[in-house]
Design a protein around this ligand. Structure first.
Ligand SMILES: Nc1ncnc2c1ncn2[C@@H]1O[C@H](COP(=O)(O)OP(=O)(O)OP(=O)(O)O)[C@@H](O)[C@H]1O
Ligand SMILES: O=P(O)(O)OC[C@H]1O[C@H](OP(=O)(O)OP(=O)(O)O)[C@H](O)[C@@H]1O
Ligand SMILES: [Mg+2]
Length: 281
């Protein structure tokens, strides 16, 4: 039976659960459950702290796991990324009080509070800087105001938490992160694991696209299909009226409204967008 780790709480847990449910796997019925046995799919799910997931997967105790790239890197576990999950994207930045106008070199000799000590240690070492790392579990943004640190290194999503605490990020991102599906490094995936990855990928990929259908005068087909080239090539089917064709193509969700405007301007009719719940390629 395939053994898969899923975040039990925090920023990644809801999105991870939603993707797995859409992929047809059994949901947990209680948010306190630590395991779910999905006999129908021959998978056992383990609900673990996102920070610990790469450790289990890196050790080979569990076959696959969903976690954040930043957490996996900080854990030092040896894992491979099988798939980006399409949620939980963040950067990992140094930050200090907005009036300090620091650059990374100013961190030398300072106290830096963080929940990701290994990520920070590695970055400082690569820059040849020495600083004191204050390891905190969370709510790191408040540590400067409480006097235990001079700067922080933390996850930045919208940037709202930094702003709320009068902090400004500086320097490059130490890690551009997102939710990822990981496996033990260098281990070839068996059939069950490959099937799991393909199913999840089908949902994640489906969420990033929509299916566009429209009716198009044949005289405009070349121009219209340039706008909607599809992944391989758009499907063009004859209609009862020989002057018209029906076109179907996948387009990136982010730009589908713009494309629909453009198709409409061009002269296409009955332009429809539909969600793709899952796919395989
Ligand atoms: N505001 C956010 N926007 C985007 N991604 C985020 C955000 N906060 C955390 N993450 C991502 O979620 C993962 C960390 O999850 P989370 O913060 O839930 O873990 P935790 O801090 O260990 O748990 P908790 O916050 O429940 O104590 C990291 O990969 C991080 O990049
Ligand atoms: O840029 P923002 O969108 O404001 O998000 C960033 C904040 O979100 C996370 O905190 P979380 O809610 O996980 O709490 P924690 O600090 O206790 O981990 C992260 O550690 C930052 O504090
Ligand atoms: Mg957190």
């Amino acid at each position: 039976m395939l053994r898969v780790a899923v975040p039990n709480k925090g920023a990644l847990s809801e999105s991870a659960a939603a993707v797995l449910a859409e992929a047809g796997y059994r949901k947990r019925s209680d948010s306190k459950d630590l395991t779910v046995l999905d006999n129908a799919n021959d998978v056992e799910f383990f609900f673990l702290r996102p920070k610990d997931i790469a450790i289990y997967v890196g050790a080979g105790t569990l076959d696959l796991g969903i976690t954040g790239r930043d957490l996996a890197r900080d854990s030092g576990a040896e894992v491979d990324e099988q798939l980006s999950m399409g949620f939980g994207s963040s950067t990992f930045r140094y930050a200090a009080p907005a009036d300090s106008a620091w650059s990374v070199a100013d961190l030398a000799g300072k106290r830096i509070a963080t929940s990701y000590p290994n990520l920070v240690r590695a970055d400082l070492a690569a820059r040849g800087l020495e600083a004191e790392i204050i390891r905190l579990d969370g709510a790191v943004e408040i540590s400067i105001q409480l006097g235990v640190a001079d700067a922080i290194a933390d996850v930045v999503g919208s940037g709202r938490t930094l702003r709320q605490h009068g902090l400004t990020a500086f320097g490059e991102s130490l890690c551009d992160s997102e939710g990822v599906l990981i496996s033990q490094a260098g281990v070839e995936q068996n059939k069950a694991a490959r099937q799991f990855v393909a199913r999840v990928q089908g949902v994640v990929f489906g969420q990033q696209y929509v299916m566009i259908d429209y009716d198009c005068p044949r005289t405009l087909l070349a121009e219209a299909t340039k706008l909607t080239p599809g992944l391989e090539s758009p499907t063009v089917a004859p209609m009862a009226d020989p002057d018209w064709a029906a076109v179907r193509a996948m387009v990136p969700r982010k730009i589908h409204q713009n494309l629909m405007d453009e198709l409409s301007e061009l002269g296409a009719k009955a332009i429809l967008a539909t969600d793709i719940r899952s796919c395989r390629f």
